[in-house]
Design a protein around this ligand. Structure first.
Ligand code: SF4
Ligand code: SF4
Length: 382
């Protein structure tokens, strides 16, 4: 099998000129990728990304979204920025606006791909799915003929790493569904069950109650922790903020990673071959998901931007870059005693970040054999 091409521009600005800036390098990467190979004139193009949360501001900056939107328009495409509901849709659009994402800044409308209630999904079957046989893909992504996937690469407590695969696996499917097909929450909990609570470990700090995006938790101080199973989206946020280990999602990281690969397969199956391009932003690489109530300091210096039409190749190249980077002081890496390069997320988040990439390759979604083509700017002589 031929190696997949991954174009890469590093984040350093070695000369104080626009051409050496990261936005300029993104323009060049988009030219090298040649969007006309993926997008036909007048075609709708979903720009899939995560819009952050009120405190998690380290997402893909609007200036980069605008560059991608402009590049899509330049080849005649009709872009729209698409995300699925994480918190209820109208509130999420307010968060997006506060984080700088609007039609004015991005140059394209911002929509909830699964509708403002998170129920606009189309059931898609997964051939040979071990965990998932059918899942509800967000309707606007299902119907889009082409897609550019903008992923902020960072850590994640469950699969270790969140990049393009996670962006589609969790963000390409609905939070809820009208019928009984599997939704995003069922990926966090293959037992299709809200988190499990251990009373003996609970300190009644109420942190879980505060972060639940749908108000499913009621805490009766010193007595009971009650979850409304009808309301609970099984997002796992409460379990992730409980530092006392009193809450647990009923799923292991290997199953979660396998589920992510299968869900990604479902989302990709709704596009014709050659209609998707991936852009990974390996910048502000913080240890946790952009859904969380806050963002921590970066684990490594900004590495740059990668572009490829192979999701496995770009994820493998991203993890290789991160594993070559020196961990930063004053970060979670330092807290964990990780001071040398190598196995960054495995050591910081104690989960194997390559599991989902391996499963995705097994499912035939791409190849981990890649050729990194670096866009280099010549340093000006003094
Ligand atoms: S966050 Fe954990 S310790 Fe705090 S109230 Fe919730 S379950 Fe109990
Ligand atoms: S998993 Fe926890 S935070 Fe998420 S919806 Fe259910 S109760 Fe709320």
């Amino acid at each position: 099998m031929d190696k997949a091409k991954v174009f890469y521009a590093n984040a350093r600005a070695t000369t104080w000129e626009y051409d050496y800036s990261v936005p300029a390098k993104l323009e060049e990467l988009l030219q090298r990728a040649d969007l006309s190979r993926y997008i036909q004139p007048d075609e709708y193009v979903a720009i899939k990304m995560h819009l952050g949360s009120p405190g998690a501001y380290r997402t893909v900056r609007p200036v980069f979204v605008r560059k991608v939107v402009d590049a899509v328009k330049a080849v005649g495409g009709m872009p729209f920025v698409a995300e699925t509901t994480r918190i209820p849709g109208l509130e999420y659009l307010e968060v997006a606006a506060a984080n700088g994402y609007s039609h004015l800044t991005c140059g394209a409308p911002i929509i909830m791909a699964d509708g403002i209630f998170g129920r606009d999904t189309i059931p898609v079957k997964i051939d040979n799915g071990k965990l998932i046989q059918e899942i509800g893909v967000a309707s606007a992504i299902y119907d889009a003929p082409a897609m550019i996937v903008l992923s902020h690469c960072k850590g994640h407590i469950e699969p270790g790493y969140g990049g393009a695969i996670k962006n589609l696996a969790m963000g390409g499917v609905g939070a809820r569904t009208r019928c009984n097909h599997v939704n995003r929450g069922n990926l966090h909990s293959t037992a299709h069950h809200p988190p499990l609570w251990t009373k003996e470990k609970c300190t009644w700090c109420a942190h879980c109650e505060k972060v639940c995006p749908v108000g499913a938790i009621t805490l009766k101080q010193g007595e009971a922790w009650i979850v409304d199973a009808e309301k609970c989206d099984q997002c796992g946020r409460c379990a992730r903020v409980c530092i006392f280990g009193a809450l647990e999602m009923p799923i292991g990281p290997d199953l979660f990673s396998r589920g992510m690969a299968e869900s990604t397969q479902a989302v990709l199956s709704t596009f014709a071959p050659g209609k998707i391009l991936y852009v990974n932003f390996v910048m502000e690489v913080q240890p946790e998901c952009d859904c969380m109530p806050t963002a921590d300091t970066p684990l490594v210096q900004d590495q740059g931007i990668l572009i490829s039409d192979d999701i496995v190749a770009i994820e493998a190249a991203t993890l290789d870059l991160l594993d070559q980077a020196a961990p930063l002081p004053q970060s979670k890496a330092e807290d964990k005693g990780v001071t040398t390069a190598g196995d960054l997320f495995l050591r910081v988040n104690e989960q194997d970040p390559r599991l989902a990439v391996t499963y995705a390759e097994e499912l035939g979604l791409g190849t981990s054999a890649y050729e990194l083509v670096e866009i280099r700017k010549k340093r000006r002589s003094k």
